[in-house]
Structures are given as structure tokens and as C-alpha cells.
Design a protein around this ligand. Structure first.
Ligand SMILES: Nc1ncnc2c1ncn2[C@@H]1O[C@H](COP(=O)(O)OP(=O)(O)O)[C@@H](O)[C@H]1O
Ligand SMILES: [Mg+2]
Length: 259
């Protein structure tokens, strides 16, 4: 009995495990190595940000974790099927906010008579109460990302993959959504792998920041962020660590002769 229990616990020791992952694409000059030997463990309930310059391979890596593409070398395992959220909300414009969420519940096999209540709960969680019947074009950019987050949460996965979900929003809206995401992460205990090119955003949100170099994308360095949550993006410790990370990032960019 004890052995079975230990085994059961072992099976959830990570939300995602990437082992020696490399990815190449066929280019005009032959194979182009985009990601080189990436190993990352995301623990259950952990919030990790992947930080790097544009084009360094962040989206490629997230797509691999989502199972949308396969690594050229190495292996990826996740605790169940992850859910995804992008910069563009990707809501269906012909459905209301509520119906978009209900569709995700339906695809997960939630019985019809439970879907409406669950949808209302999710709308409340992302502070969109009353938006059930609103069409996508009636929602502001921030509200659309809230609805997209609710839809991602409707999948009840153990791992939420977020690809620059707030980069198209204005600074004030982004700030509010940082607070909301931190709250929701705390309330739900979901693991998050969050991709961004914004150093302060990475530090504001994460327990751990992983910096990727460019061409090819390699893990350059990693920081544990011990600053207590909820943080503000303008907090002195956030600014201080951001400065340190920016210096390393600049060094990486200089070293590779990019930008
Ligand atoms: N399907 C693909 N075929 C060929 N090259 C690709 C493909 N997907 C991404 N790339 C290349 O991989 C590199 C990293 O892209 P991407 O992962 O989108 O970077 P990031 O998200 O960090 O901005 C880019 O040089 C891009 O052109
Ligand atoms: Mg990208």
C-alpha cells in the first residue's frame, strides 16, 4: 500500500518536464537550429516565466510543450493536457463570451445542465460577471483576455501555457491583469509557464525566471524570485532584479551580435 502511494505521488512530481529538447526547422541554408538542449522542470503549482528577445524561440518552445509540434531531439512530458493562451484572444467571434467558455466545457465532457453554472463561476473568477451574453466585439482588449483566460481555465488542466498574453494591452490594463493572474494562480493552484520578452513582467509574476539566449535559444541563466506576492511592477525589489536580468540579457544579445 505504501509503495503504491509513493508511486502515485511520484507521478505528479512535475507539471511539465523537458529533457534535452532541441528543435530545428528546414531553412533556405539548410537546417536552422532554433532551440538547443533545453531542460526545464515545472513543479506542480509553480509559476515559471520564460524570458527572451523576439525570435529566440519562446513560442516554438511553448508549442512543443502544448504538443502542437514535436521536438527534433529530446523529450517532453506534461501532467495531463495543458491549456493555451495567446497574445491574440482567439475567441470565436460568432459566439458570446459565455458561449465561448461553455464550448470549452462541452469539449471537456461537462454535462449540459452543469455548463451554465460553471461558466458563471468562471466569469466571476476573471471578474467578468454579467458578460455572459456579450459578443467578442463588445468587449475591450482587457475583457477579451479575461474571457480567453476563463476559457483556458475551463479546460481544468494542471498546466496553463501563456504566450505573451498581455503584450497587446495598454500598461494600465496589463497591470490590472497581472494582479488578476496572480490572484487566480494562488486561488486555483494551477501551474503556469508564461512566455514574455518583458523583463519586468517576468519578475512581477514568476517564482522563477528562465532567460533564453538567441540563435539558438539556450538557457542562459535562471533566477528564483523570492519577492512576496502580490507584487507591483514598480516595487523596488522588482525593479532591482529586473535591472540585473536586463544586464545579463544585454550581454547575451551583444555576444550573439543580434539587434
Ligand atoms: N514552422 C517554422 N518553420 C521555420 N522556422 C520557424 C518556424 N517556427 C518558428 N521558426 C523560426 O524560429 C525562430 C523562433 O521563432 P519564435 O519561436 O516565434 O520566437 P519568439 O516567440 O521567441 O519570438 C524564428 O527565427 C522563426 O523564424
Ligand atoms: Mg513568440
Amino acid at each position: 500500500m505504501a509503495t503504491t502511494l509513493a508511486k502515485a505521488e511520484e507521478s505528479v512530481e512535475y507539471a511539465a518536464r523537458l529533457e534535452h529538447v532541441s528543435k530545428s526547422f528546414a531553412g533556405p541554408g539548410g537546417q536552422q537550429l532554433v532551440l538547443d538542449d533545453i531542460s526545464i522542470d515545472v513543479a506542480p503549482g509553480e509559476f515559471v516565466t520564460l524570458l527572451g528577445a523576439s525570435g529566440c524561440g519562446k513560442s516554438t518552445l511553448l508549442n512543443l510543450v502544448a504538443g502542437l509540434d514535436k521536438p527534433t531531439v529530446g523529450s517532453i512530458a506534461t501532467d495531463g493536457r495543458p491549456s493555451l493562451m495567446f497574445q491574440e484572444h482567439a475567441l470565436f467571434p460568432w459566439l458570446t463570451a459565455g458561449k465561448n467558455i461553455e464550448l470549452a466545457l462541452k469539449l471537456r465532457g461537462v454535462p449540459k445542465n452543469e455548463r451554465r453554472d460553471r461558466t458563471e463561476e468562471l466569469l466571476e473568477l476573471v471578474r467578468l460577471k454579467g458578460a455572459y451574453g456579450k459578443r467578442v466585439h463588445e468587449l475591450s482588449g482587457g475583457m477579451r483576455q479575461r474571457a480567453a483566460l476563463a476559457r483556458a481555465l475551463a479546460q481544468e488542466s494542471n498546466l496553463l501555457l501563456m504566450d505573451e498574453p498581455f503584450s497587446a494591452l495598454d500598461a494600465i490594463t496589463r497591470d490590472v491583469l497581472h494582479d488578476e493572474l496572480t490572484r487566480i494562480w494562488t486561488e486555483t493552484g494551477v501551474s503556469v509557464l508564461f512566455v514574455t520578452h518583458n523583463v519586468r513582467e517576468a519578475v512581477r509574476l514568476a517564482q522563477r525566471v528562465i532567460l533564453l539566449s538567441s540563435r539558438p535559444g539556450r538557457i542562459a541563466r535562471e533566477w528564483t524570485v523570492d519577492i512576496p506576492q502580490p507584487r507591483r511592477i514598480e516595487d523596488a525589489p522588482v525593479a532591482e532584479l529586473s535591472l540585473e536580468i536586463t544586464d545579463v540579457l544585454r550581454g547575451e544579445i551583444r555576444r550573439h551580435g543580434q539587434h
